[in-house]
Write a protein that binds this ligand. Structure first.
Ligand code: NAP
Ligand code: ZN
Length: 352
């Protein structure tokens, strides 16, 4: 075991603070990573405050957009070596045997995948997993991905969650060149959704509550902007979309978005684990429309997404912060005031 400095929530109602955790010794199949950067996902707020009612375990060290350098590897690790630039996303293990795992969809592991933080690591020692707001992490080799070397490293951390969560449904629903795609909500996930849909050759419409952010969305790759609170504008876009990606993080009424779908089109919900209000059978039945959900993405498709980002020069738009400012960052995220992902420079933790 080694002692590692981190930032943790000690309860659902306290601010995050400096805290020391223990990491397991490097096993035969493990990769030990010195963390350089960690993105700040809205899920970190939901989890530290136990907003999803998952009975969060405290102390909780959040962070599942981890980029770092390999500092040691276990005897049976052949694909990574000391010095490699690697990433870890939302999962650190799974049974690796069930149908989902064999299909490369470890996030749907039939035994339950092990989350990067806040899970009991039943595949190892039943200890609680701690995430990336820390100096170092030890992870099974099969849950480590290779980061592209040709793009700005600090801007790649958000690809590990915001990136894969938007990439996976775009691929799964075969979104293709020429499709009209609406991205709902311009936050960490949404801005990656805009970039990917644009890179795939789609006509991208940013669907936002914010006029000002809408203008920014065009710089990210959106062709058009639709203000979701403008009823008349929403009516103009009725039945126009081949695909909608809904990143809204809270309970909300989906009826006005369902109206936007063409016949046979799908809205994939990735943002809200709360009830979807306003789901009515009539528009779904009359238009053979679909509402679906999607959870992050598998390790294989995460690597594919990272390789795509390397080839197409895609990174997140980030605001760098020191770990000491994490609580202010949470407050700003709740006010929708971040363009478009906070990334923690972990040097700030090492300096403290
Ligand atoms: P975020 O940066 O806070 O962005 C969410 C965006 O949603 C906001 O910027 C805002 O965009 C819009 N929004 C917020 N409240 C709204 C409301 N009441 N009505 C309409 N729009 C609203 O969050 P994020 O990090 O992108 O995460 C989004 C959600 O995805 C979170 O709940 C997170 O937990 C979840 N998540 C899911 C997965 C998965 O696997 N499915 C993975 C990662 C994260 P505008 O200002 O443009 O309106
Ligand atoms: Zn996340």
């Amino acid at each position: 075991m080694s002692k590692v400095l981190s930032y943790a929530a000690l309860s659902a109602t306290e601010n995050l603070q400096s805290h020391t955790i223990e990491r397991r010794d490097v096993g035969l199949n493990d990769v030990e990573i010195d963390i350089l950067y960690c993105g700040v996902c809205h899920s970190d707020i939901h989890m530290t405050r136990d907003e999803w009612g998952f009975n969060s375990i405290y102390p909780m060290v959040p962070g599942h957009e981890i980029v770092g350098k390999v500092i040691s590897v276990g005897f049976d690790v052949k694909q990574f070596k000391v010095g490699d630039l690697v990433g870890v996303g939302c999962m650190v293990d799974s049974c690796q045997k069930c149908n989902s795992c064999v299909d490369g969809l470890e996030q749907y592991c039939e035994s339950g995948s092990i989350s990067t933080y806040g899970s009991l690591d039943t595949m190892h020692d039943n200890s609680v997993t701690y995430g990336g707001y820390s100096e170092k992490i030890v992870v099974d080799k099969n849950f480590v991905v290779r980061m592209p070397n040709n793009i700005d490293v600090k801007k790649t951390a958000p690809l590990l969650c915001a990136g894969i969560t938007t990439w996976s449904p775009l691929r799964q629903w075969n979104v293709k060149k020429g499709d009209t795609v609406g991205i709902i909500g311009l936050g960490g996930l949404g801005h990656m959704g805009v970039k990917f849909a644009h890179a795939l050759g789609c006509k991208v419409v940013m669907i936002t509550t914010s006029q000002q952010k809408g203008e920014d969305a065009k710089k990210l790759g959106a062709d058009e902007v639709l203000i979701s609170t403008d009823t008349k504008a929403m009516e103009k876009y009725a039945n126009k979309f081949d695909f909608l990606l809904n990143t809204i993080p809270v309970e909300h009424d989906v009826s006005s978005y369902v109206e936007l779908l063409k016949r046979d089109a799908t809205m994939v919900v990735v943002g809200s684990l709360a009830p979807l209000l306003g789901v009515h059978g009539t528009p779904l039945i009359l238009g053979r429309k679909r509402i679906a959900g999607s959870l992050i993405g598998g390790i294989k498709e995460t690597q594919e997404m990272l390789d795509f980002c390397g080839q197409h020069d895609i990174v997140a738009d980030v605001e760098m912060i020191d770990i000491q400012n994490i609580n202010q960052a949470y407050t700003r995220m709740i006010k929708n005031d971040v363009k478009y992902r906070f990334v923690i420079d972990m040097q700030s933790l090492k300096n403290s």
